[in-house]
Design a protein around this ligand. Structure first.
Ligand code: GLA
Length: 465
């Protein structure tokens, strides 16, 4: 498996398989639409102009409420305070991660007599406002989880019947980000329910990023989501399954986003993002190469970068991936254009995302090459830049960003053709890991050559002269 990220200028839209790439190896209901079209509302909270970055408890810490036997890993104020401290102390905050988000299982099983939400008094003895203050005092932002339904997915009280009270409670707690899940609710009621709660959040006067699970529940119920409504009301939203700690799960998400990109990708933009779910980098399920691939593809997708990992024990190489500034910059590119899979054949994929800077109205691009083959023999790939959509006659500046690998500087080329050798043998330590990526030719008249290694990121920027 391997991946490259290229930034280049292309005027025309690139669509899947429009170019030939040689692999040289051998192997909604109408009433809803009417309702929404008569509404003047638009999400104007001014937030999430680039995809949100932060830390979220769910994938790594789940619904561990056993603070008696597992005090260091249970969902508790201590866990969130610890992660807050590490986000700051270990450089994540400087790299752009800012939200510390609670997921499910923070509540008592029942509301208070006054109907208010209550945090579990044993695990959050100082209450949510104190945790929020703690996080803010460290210069970070605070996110919380609830559910548009009778219960959260883990069975704690949902917001139905208490929407207004809960929205104002979140504002009172100085919440900066609300993830609203969709268990124990009716998907056909979500168009109304999610939009209503979004308006209530706005009406509090406290700007809160609004993360919706609205589309995914509708898709699984066989309802085609009204994405123009979703992106009007939500800053981000889930489309697909929960991520699990495995490469299979990451691959399924990558495939879903590639296979459905015509429907999904155009909905993304500053202030409104598709959310392919958390980063599982640094946990138990991904190899180093697979972790780099998740980070690269998430950044091509302009995905929210929400780490769900134990920052106390993360190994340094995974931390370096999560703090790779070049790749973060691709994700956070201000244009906010979600990238696409532009090629997929026999285990080789190419993904491309338009980014800045523009030159003569031509975009730069980040391009990722992935080899998902497992046959163990090299795959040679030859592709021209034109086939990648890199058609500006001035050529491109190539910026190579490959952590700990061969090149780390910028190169100037007039690129006409690039050949890649995806070598699954050299450097290979285990199946599907450490594959050599070796573009042997890049540059003027196909003669300039260079070598790139597995998972390298290429930033190709249009030359200005
Ligand atoms: C759902 C969501 C997850 C997580 C859990 C919590 O499955 O999709 O992201 O929030 O609920 O119970």
């Amino acid at each position: 498996m391997s991946l490259h990220f290229l930034v280049v200028y292309v005027k025309s839209l690139i669509t899947e398989n429009i170019f030939s790439l040689r692999i040289l190896s051998m192997f909604a209901a109408p009433w809803i639409i009417i309702l929404l079209s008569t509404t003047c509302y638009s999400l104007d909270n001014g937030l999430a102009k680039t995809p949100p970055m932060g830390w979220l408890s769910w994938e790594r810490f789940r619904c561990n409420t056993d603070c008696v036997n597992d005090p260091d890993n249970c969902i508790s104020e201590k866990l969130f305070q610890t992660m807050t401290d590490l986000i700051v102390a270990d450089g994540y905050a400087t790299a752009g991660y800012e939200y510390i988000n609670i997921d499910d299982c923070w509540l008592e099983k029942h509301r208070g007599h006054d109907g208010k939400l209550l945090a579990d008094h044993q695990r959050f003895p100082n209450g949510i406002k104190a945790l929020s203050d703690y996080i803010h005092s460290r210069g970070l932002k605070f996110g919380i989880y609830e559910d548009y339904g009778n219960f959260t997915c883990a069975g704690y009280p949902g917001i139905i019947g208490y929407e207004q009270e809960d929205a104002f409670q979140f504002a009172e707690w100085n919440v900066d980000y609300v993830k609203l899940d969709g268990c124990y609710s009716l998907p056909h009621e979500m168009d109304l329910g999610y939009s209503k709660f979004g308006k209530l959040l706005n009406s509090t006067g406290k700007a809160m990023v609004y993360s919706c699970s609205w589309p995914v529940y509708q898709i699984y119920a066989g309802i085609q989501p009204n994405f123009s409504a979703v992106k009007t009301y939500c800053n981000l939203w889930r489309n697909y399954d929960d991520i699990q700690d495995s490469w299979t799960s990451v691959e399924n998400i990558i495939d879903y986003y590639g296979n459905n990109q015509d429907l999904i990708a155009p909905n993304a933009g500053p202030g409104h993002w598709n959310d392919p779910d958390m980063l599982i980098i640094g946990n138990f399920g991904l190899s180093y190469e697979q972790a780099k691939t998740q980070f690269a593809i998430w950044s091509i997708l302009a995905a929210p970068l929400l780490m769900s990992v134990d920052l106390r024990t993360i190994r340094p190489q995974f931390k370096r991936i999560l703090q790779n500034r070049k790749i973060i910059a691709v994700d956070q590119d201000p244009l906010g254009i979600q990238g696409r899979r532009i090629y997929k054949h026999k285990g080789i994929e190419i993904w491309s995302k338009p980014i800045g800077p523009l030159f003569n109205n031509f975009y730069s691009y980040a391009i990722a090459f992935i080899n998902r083959r497992s046959d163990g023999t090299p795959s040679d790939i030859s592709v021209t830049l034109k086939e990648l959509g890199l058609i500006h006659f001035y050529g491109y500046r190539v910026e190579v960003n490959n952590i700990g690998q061969l090149y780390s500087n910028s190169f100037l080329f007039l690129c006409k053709k690039m050949s890649l050798t995806v070598n699954t043998k050299e450097e290979r330590k285990e199946k599907n890991v450490k594959i050599l990526f070796r573009p042997s030719e890049i540059g003027l008249a196909d003669r300039t050559s260079m070598r790139m290694w597995t998972m390298a990121f290429y930033t190709l920027i249009l030359k200005s002269k």
